[in-house]
Design a protein around this ligand. Structure first.
Ligand code: SF4
Length: 373
């Protein structure tokens, strides 16, 4: 398939380039390797993006269609929150799946980025919406390097006449979108920052700097010596020493574990891939699971059927068989009543008698790092 990025660095990898400048050199010529789950998410994401670009062009399964419609609705609502008279604004140009380029004075391309949805309002304002179709944790728009880079590319495309660029991540499975605005001075500072990041990657001695965030999708993790050294360090950790270890050192050991997991995941994914082709390839391992799970697809119809049969009543059905996700409920109420996020929160307070806190299993999580502005 044609690489639209022409093999050059792009906005989607800018965070990695910033954290690990040597990754450009290290990944050169490396094939992309993704786990079967990552391939599945990516293919589903591509289908949803295609629907959002041309809704009649592709049929989606119900779950994908729900996400696609939610993306569309959240984007429309966001636009109307910014510009209530949106419909009547004549001087707007909308571009979908639009790739923008930075070029050297010679005209040679050196960097690009693609927006999912971009609107220019005349020459002075741009709005960018980036769809994320999974639940994966994202940096907030004001500290998200990819969005900041797309804002710079939009300003550059308009010969820097743009005064402000609104950016937002539309990720329905994570809640409502947040918006951040970059003013001209911030765009110029961000342009410089991107220039410095790209320049650092071009140095012959650009350093390798392993870490979970940058290694997670890096093509070089297949054979990167710096990541391999981290895995070795984890293997050598003496767990008997951990309790007496100063906190910064222990935290560093945990950071190493998170980076090493990106490599471990890769080894396991390769095993899965090979076992799928030949189940006898690894005599002591096999692929478990993958069985279809029975699922209720029409709860309303099922309820009517069961009540009609006299097998269940409303209390038992709702009390024992139905779970309502607070996120789904919030989205449904917003849509149904055309409430803002604040209105939904406020109105839901009236229903607090029916909502309670449920203790969750505790998992080990890393606090978000400070905004990398
Ligand atoms: S695997 Fe990690 S350390 Fe190695 S080049 Fe990629 S991002 Fe850098």
């Amino acid at each position: 398939m044609l690489d639209q990025r022409l093999g050059l660095p792009s906005a989607s990898s800018i965070e990695r380039l910033k954290l690990c400048p040597g990754s450009v050199r290290q990944s050169r010529g490396m094939p992309e390797f993704r786990t079967p789950e990552e391939i599945e998410w990516a293919e589903s994401g591509d289908r949803i993006h295609l629907w959002l670009r041309a809704p009649g062009f592709i049929d989606l399964v119900t779950e994908e269609l729900d996400i696609a419609k939610a993306c569309w609705e959240q984007r429309e609502r966001l636009i109307l929150d910014l510009y209530p008279n949106w419909e009547f604004i004549d001087e707007k140009i909308i571009k979908t799946e639009h790739r923008m380029w930075l070029r050297r004075e010679s005209g040679a391309h050196y960097f690009s980025g693609q927006t999912d949805w971009l609107a220019y309002m005349g020459d002075h304002t741009a709005i960018i919406a980036d769809y994320k179709t999974n639940r994966g944790e994202q940096d907030a728009p004001d500290s998200n390097m990819q969005l900041r880079t797309l804002a710079v590319l939009a300003a550059n495309e308009k010969d820097w006449k743009v005064e402000q660029v609104y950016v937002s991540i539309i990720q329905p499975l994570a809640g409502q979108p947040e918006v951040c605005v970059y003013k001209r001075s911030e765009l110029i500072a961000a342009f410089r920052q991107i220039g410095e990041i790209i320049a650092a990657t071009n140095k012959d001695d650009a350093p390798l700097n392993p870490g979970h965030k940058q290694c997670r999708y890096c093509p070089a993790r297949i054979n990167c010596p710096a990541l391999a050294a981290v895995v070795e360090r984890v293997a050598r950790t003496n767990t008997a020493d951990l309790a007496g270890m100063p906190a910064p050192q222990f935290e560093k050991a945990l950071d190493d574990c998170r980076a090493a997991e990106t490599k471990i995941k890769l080894v396991k994914a390769k095993a899965k891939e090979l076992l799928k082709i030949d189940p006898s390839f690894l005599p002591t391992y096999f692929l478990d699971g993958g069985k279809a799970v029975r699922e209720v697809t029409d709860p309303g119809g099922l309820f009517a059927f069961l009540v009609g049969k006299g097998w269940i009543d409303r209390e038992l059905f709702i009390g024992k068989c139905v779970g309502v996700g607070i996120g789904d409920l919030t989205n449904a109420l917003r849509e149904r009543n055309e409430w803002t996020e604040a209105e939904t929160k406020e109105n839901l307070k009236e229903a607090e008698a029916f909502i309670d806190l449920k203790p969750q299993d505790r998992s080990l999580k890393k606090r978000k790092e400070a905004a990398n502005v």
